[in-house]
Design a protein around this ligand. Sequence first.
Ligand code: BGC
Length: 401
Amino acid sequence: MLATSTPTIAAESVSVLHWWTSGGESKAIGVLKDDMTQQGFKWDDFAVAGGAGAAAMTALKAQVIAGNAPSAAQIKGPSIQDWADQDMLVPIDSAASGWKTELPPQIDQTMRAGKHYVAVPFSVHRINWLWINKAALDKVGGKPPATWPEFFALADKFRAAGIVPVAHGGQPWQDMTVWENVVLSQGPDFYRKALIELDPKTLGSQQMVDVFTTTRKIQSYFDKGYVGRDWNLATAMVISGKAGMQFMGDWAKGEFANANKVPGNDYVCAVTPGTANGFTYTVDSFAFFEQHGAKQASAGQIALAKTIMSTSFQEQFSLYKGSIPVRLDVPVTKFDDCAKKSYADEQSTLKSGGFLPSLAFGMVQSTVTAGAITDAVTKFMNSSEDPQAGVKELVAASKVK
Ligand code: BGC
């Protein structure tokens, strides 16, 4: 007798390169893994540790050169177009009907190369946040600082109480985070002219000298061990109360949440001094790579894109990650007060023009120009260069194409 059996189709393996390795980040990407596994796909995780993804981008290049591009890789901003220009990406249009109205226009645009969607966005992270330990704040009788003088007054109080005023990790992208926040504190127009338009007059202005002066002063409140420290270890210092404050995008909130800390009770999220009418953002996205010469996206790639943009995933991912959903039609009712503030400020700054792509997080300028500016800022942070010299290097860096 002939045995009849249903032929088994091997489950498609979806390989995913990303840099989400901290406690909160792992929980968030775990939602996607579970979802994809439930849909019958095999999850092939390629996580490369290193905040903000520099190491992940190096690993991605090596994989592509070896002819082993992942199904999807965490890539953002203008570099999505760079990979598309090299003919490496596949269109995922069939997953993207409706995105045009579901996404903020700036973000919808970033996910496309020419006429096609080639990447899918996860969530909106706000960069201009200051995280403050609540018990430490109460101990010194302080309040969240709205201006730089208030910030320095609070930092002095922390120092006097034996608390590290500012938890920081001396890595180029973290240095950029601090500096970019000071740029934004000069107003959204100044930020736009300086970092989006690269206007030489603004970049070379006395106001920019003041930015470097303030950055130098903030640096004097870091502890001795800050060089090379990972961002989540700096966040852990604020969680434990060893440090008072940290400048960091709201993935830091994913760490607080993962440690069962509640905003308002255990910590405070405040917009960084002088930036109430600005919202610097970064949007994580996955770009889809051509697999074995196929010009069409695979079933797994389409499922990945659809899942990431599904309303249920959008909600759960951001609850763990600290961000807000990138889809404008996903309610934030289940979210904490920081996320609600982020959402409200997103809405108002989208109208006012204060919704601004972060240079520090690869949302504006080419990798080459952004890299040169990062080098200038890092050099300043790691030397005793004076603010005027910092500005000179910045102006030169802005011309590197
Ligand atoms: C990403 C975040 C990530 C952070 C730290 C940023 O570039 O946008 O998703 O949590 O880096 O790794």
